[in-house]
Ligand binder design. Structure first.
Ligand code: AMP
Length: 473
C-alpha cells in the first residue's frame, strides 16, 4: 500500500488531498505521478472514474509551484484541453481544489457563453488554463491569449476529441505550443488513429494503462431486455417510478442516441410524475449547468443524456444506467456504463434492445467479452403500460422534427445522432443552395457557431432586408 506522502508531492498539495479525504493514490495515480514529477511525457489509457484528473493535476501543480514565475499577461503555464464544456468545468473545479493551498490560479474557458468575460479574465494571465478547443482558438484569434509560455500541455479524452471532429483545431493548437514542454495525452481507447495523433504531441512517453482497453467496469451488473422500440418508454417509466419509490434506484442516467429523443423521454417521464432533466448539445450552457447541478444535488434523480453531453461527467452515486437506445459504436457502451460503479461503488446497467439493435448488442458482447443477462418484461407490463398518461405534445416538436428528417431523401430514418456527421457530398457536387460556387466559411468549433456569424447580417450588409414588408393577404 502506498500513500500520497510517499510519492514526494509538496506539503500544500498533501494538505488539500487530506481536506478531500484522499490518502491512497489510485492505480493510475501511483503509476503516473512519479514519472510526471520527473518531467516525462505520458501516454495514459484510462477512462474517467479512475482518478485520472488528479493523476495529471497533482504532479503538474507540484512542478509549477516548485518553479514560481511572475505571471505573464494573456498567457498560461499549463494548458488542459477537454472535449466538452462540462468536463472542462469539472477538471477546473478539481484543479482549484488541489491548488487550494498554493499560490496558483486556475481559469476555465469554453464555448456557449459570452466570450468577453473570459477574455477579460485572461488579461492578467493565469497558471492553469482548462479549455475546449474551439473557444481556445477563438480567444487566440482575438489576441486575448498566447500559448507561447505553456510548460505543461494535457490533452484529455483524445478519442472523444477525434469523434467530435476536433482534429484540425488540435493540430492548430499543436503548432502554437512551444517545442520545449511536457505533454500528457489521455484517451479511454487507443485505436491506431488516436495513437497516430498522440505521436504529434508526445515524445518518448511513459505509457500507463489502467483498465485494459475496452473492458467493461467489473463492478457493473449488466442486463438486457429484449422488446419493441414502442415498448421502451413504458418500461423505462415503470422501472424508474418503481425503483425510485423503493429506493433501489438512487440516481439514474438514461442514454438516448438523439437530442430530440432525450427531450421526448423527459416529457414522458414528467407526465408520469418522474422528475427528469435532459442534457445535450441543443441546450444552452445555463440549462446544462442547472440540469447537472440538480442531478448532482439529488433534486433531480434522473438525467437523460446523449453520449457526447454525458461523456466524462463525474457524478457519484449513479446507481443505474439505462441504455434507452443501444449505441452503434461498442466502445460507447463501455463509456456509458462507466458512469456508474465509480469510486468503489457497484452499479447496474440495463440495456433496452429492439429487434433492429441486436447486431449492436452482439458487437458489444464481442468487445467486452461479457454476455449480458437477459431480463424478461415485468409481470403485468402491458396493463400497467396502458395506464400510463400521455405526455403533453410540444407544438412543432419532436414529431414534426422526425417528419422533417424522414423526408430527407429517405437515406436516413429519424434525427441524426448527436456528433454524427453529415455524409460527405461527392466531390465536385455543390450544395443545392450554393450554386454560385462560393465556399462556406469553414467551421472551426464543434460546439457553436463561429464568431464571424454574429457580424454577417449587419444592417445594409449582405442578407439585410431592404424592401418593404408585404402584408400577406
Ligand atoms: P476522475 O477519473 O479524475 O474523473 O476521478 C474520479 C473520481 O474519483 C473523482 O470524484 C475524484 O475526486 C475521485 N478521486 C480521485 N482520486 C482519488 C483518490 N486517490 N482517492 C479517492 N477518490 C479519488
Amino acid at each position: 500500500m502506498s500513500y500520497f506522502s510517499d510519492l514526494g508531492l509538496a506539503e500544500p498539495i498533501l494538505r488539500a488531498l487530506g481536506a478531500k479525504g484522499y490518502s491512497d493514490p489510485t492505480p493510475i495515480q501511483r503509476q503516473a505521478i512519479p514519472a510526471l514529477l520527473e518531467g516525462r511525457d505520458l501516454l495514459g489509457i484510462a477512462q474517467t472514474g479512475t482518478g485520472k484528473t488528479a493523476a495529471f493535476a497533482l504532479p503538474s501543480l507540484h512542478r509549477l509551484a516548485a518553479d514560481p514565475q511572475p505571471r505573464k499577461g494573456a498567457s498560461c503555464r499549463m494548458l488542459v484541453l477537454s472535449p466538452t464544456r462540462e468536463l472542462a468545468a469539472q477538471i477546473a473545479e478539481n484543479m482549484r481544489g488541489y491548488a487550494k493551498y498554493l499560490n496558483l490560479s486556475v481559469q476555465c474557458i469554453f464555448g456557449g457563453v459570452p466570450v468577453g468575460k473570459q477574455a477579460r479574465a485572461l488579461v492578467p494571465g493565469c497558471d492553469v488554463l482548462v479549455a475546449t478547443p474551439g473557444r481556445l482558438l477563438d480567444l487566440i484569434e482575438q489576441r486575448a491569449l498566447t500559448l507561447r509560455h505553456v510548460e505543461i500541455f494535457v490533452l484529455d479524452e483524445a478519442d472523444q476529441m477525434m469523434d467530435l471532429g476536433f482534429i484540425v483545431p488540435l493540430k492548430r493548437v499543436a503548432n502554437l505550443l512551444p517545442k520545449e514542454r511536457q505533454s500528457l495525452f489521455f484517451s479511454a481507447t487507443m485505436p491506431k488513429a488516436i495513437a497516430e495523433l498522440g505521436k504529434q504531441f508526445i515524445h518518448n512517453p511513459v505509457r500507463v494503462e489502467v483498465t485494459p482497453q475496452a473492458t467493461t467496469a467489473e463492478r457493473v451488473e449488466q442486463f438486457a431486455v429484449h422488446l419493441n422500440q414502442a415498448e421502451k418508454q413504458a418500461l423505462l417509466t415503470l422501472s424508474l417510478r418503481k425503483g425510485l419509490q423503493s429506493g433501489e434506484i438512487e440516481r439514474a442516467l438514461v442514454f438516448t442516441r438523439t437530442k430530440h429523443g432525450a427531450d421526448r423521454v423527459v416529457r414522458h417521464l414528467a407526465a408520469a410524475g418522474v422528475t427528469a432533466a435532459a442534457i445535450h448539445g441543443n441546450k444552452s450552457q445555463s440549462q446544462r449547468t442547472a440540469a447537472l447541478g440538480a442531478f448532482r444535488k439529488g433534486d433531480c434523480p434522473v438525467l437523460v443524456a446523449t453520449d457526447i453531453a454525458a461523456r466524462g461527467i463525474d457524478v457519484s452515486g449513479v446507481s443505474h444506467v439505462f441504455n434507452f437506445e443501444m449505441p452503434n459504436v461498442p466502445e460507447q457502451y463501455v463509456h456509458r456504463i462507466g458512469r456508474t460503479a465509480r469510486a468503489g461503488a457497484t452499479g447496474v446497467s440495463i440495456s433496452f434492445v429492439a429487434p433492429d439493435e441486436k447486431p449492436y448488442l452482439r458487437d458489444i458482447e464481442r468487445l467486452t467479452q461479457v454476455k449480458l443477462a437477459c431480463l424478461p418484461l415485468p409481470d403485468g407490463f402491458l396493463q400497467e403500460a396502458a395506464r400510463l398518461p400521455a405526455p403533453t405534445r410540444k407544438p412543432g416538436g419532436d414529431e414534426a422534427h422526425d417528419r422533417r428528417d424522414n423526408r430527407r431523401g429517405g437515406e436516413r430514418r429519424g434525427p441524426r445522432p448527436e456528433g454524427e456527421r453529415r455524409p460527405a457530398r461527392p466531390e465536385g457536387e455543390r450544395h443545392p443552395a450554393r450554386q454560385d460556387g462560393k465556399q462556406r466559411t469553414p467551421r472551426v468549433e464543434g460546439e457553436g457557431q463561429p464568431q464571424q456569424r454574429r457580424f454577417k447580417r449587419r444592417a445594409g450588409g449582405p442578407g439585410a432586408f431592404r424592401g418593404k414588408v408585404k402584408r400577406a393577404s
